[in-house]
Design a protein around this ligand. Structure first.
Ligand code: PAF
Length: 282
């Protein structure tokens, strides 16, 4: 696997590959890889002749009191895992290369980022869409893959690609779960054994919402109540939000007539976890 640290070099590499008629799939990451990332990468391998990944813990998507400085990092392990896939090129820039002094341009997707996590993490999605737009301009892929675990992020990126005419196909990839149901996340590494057990309440709550849906509930409130009842059984969990919204626009709906996503954000001690499930009527 080739490692490239400079945007101009990455751009040259992509231009040369495109000139040879090759296609490029791209999986951006913040590292500390798990099976969820590898699933994105394997899917990327299937969809193009070359696979590029990036590793950049993006400071602009973390709030002042969030976990940027303690975000888990292990460059050697990540490189070994990527080589196994195999990834052809890892783009791994330094922060001052991505945000040189004087940087002042932001990409802000206004509506789809308002609710859910956007309402609780000021500036987070502006940081995400700005870095993803920069990475798209640097890597210049044909296709880019994003996990449905970060559901609102995926919708914001799809919107950005459409609004800014990026000629890139965005491929959503389903959540990868541990055998007991916990959605895979780099932040699971923060959890103690007890918190890890309690974290199962999130996927349990989504299953409870699913049971309500299967039983005929068609008001979003009924799904939210079922999920909240389940979460309440684990008092160690501090719920940030549980919402059932239109799966495409993330707008509130009165009745479930189109697919809805039930999304949860909750804290176990200092660790913030998110999870979601989509429910589609016949
Ligand atoms: O999902 C992530 O890991 C990050 O938000 C991303 C897309 C790599 C941007 O920093």
């Amino acid at each position: 696997m080739e490692i490239i640290a400079l945007p101009a070099e990455m751009q040259r590499w992509s231009e040369a590959a495109r000139g040879r008629g090759q296609t490029i799939a791209f999986v951006p990451t913040m590292g500390f890889l798990h099976e969820g990332h590898l699933t994105l990468m394997r899917e990327g391998r299937r969809r193009a002749s070359l696979l590029v990944s990036s590793l950049f813990v993006n400071p602009t998507q973390f709030g002042p009191n969030e976990d940027f400085s303690r975000y888990p990092r292990n460059f050697e392990r990540d490189c070994a895992m990527m080589s196994e896939v195999p990834v052809d090129v890892l783009f791994a820039p330094e922060p001052d290369v991505m945000y040189p002094p004087g940087s002042q341009t932001w990409v802000d997707v206004s509506e789809v980022t308002k609710g859910l996590c956007g309402a609780h993490r000021a500036g987070h999605f502006r940081g995400v869409t700005t870095i993803v737009a920069k990475l798209f301009n640097i890597v210049n892929p044909h296709v880019a893959l994003f996990g449905e675990k970060d559901y609102q992020q995926l919708r914001a990126i799809e919107r950005m690609v459409q609004d800014l005419n990026f000629p890139i196909v965005i491929v959503p990839v389903p959540i990868v779960r541990e055998p007991d149901g916990l959605a895979m996340s780099s932040r699971n590494a923060y959890l103690s054994a007890g918190q890890r057990k309690n974290a199962l309440a999130l996927s349990g709550a989504l299953r409870a919402a699913g049971d309500a849906f299967q039983a005929g509930a068609r008001q979003p409130r009924e799904l939210v109540e079922a999920a909240r009842r389940w979460l309440a059984k684990t008092p160690e969990i501090e719920v940030e939000y549980v919402e059932a919204v239109d799966a495409k626009t993330l707008d509130a709906v009165d009745r479930i007539e189109r697919p809805v996503v039930v999304a949860i954000a909750a804290r176990l001690g200092p660790t913030r976890l998110i999870d979601n499930m989509v429910f589609a009527p016949e």
